[in-house]
Design a binder for this molecule. Sequence first.
Ligand SMILES: [Zn+2]
Length: 169
Amino acid sequence: MPSDKITIERIALLHPKLRDEALAIYDEIVQALGNHSMCRYTATLRTFAEQDKLYAQGRTTKGSKVTNARGGQSYHNYGLALDIVLVLDKDKNGLYESAVWDVRGDFDRDGRADWMEIVNIFKQYGWEWGGDWKFYDAPHFQKTFGYSVRQLLDLHNKGKVDKNGYVLI
Ligand SMILES: [Zn+2]
């Protein structure tokens, strides 16, 4: 069973309430996909400063716009969201070297798109998928526990956080 070091490291940055679950989900994904493709969690926690930098892209710095959220306005800023990518071992040398954002590819040839297999697993655990939104964001998943980002920012600003800075929810 492939275990992806990057993914494991990024799970450790999620909000403490989501870490075990994100790992359980990851295990299920690995089982569902087999050895043909692998899922990687590319981004989990993003600091407010990192978010502001991303927001500036396409506005005050070069590149194209990638987000409408400033620091504090994204669930990533609270460790309550993650982004994924599929990685493939195209040359069959045991290394997953090619990243794909293909929601339709059926790389394990089981008649179901790998990306949608992943979506279904997250949904079974009550996560929302960015692919269901008008602002389509296929790599994005989040679990908010009913909190708006405004409420989370409020908790953050009032110092209602644990010793590592995660909001107390
Ligand atoms: Zn995201």
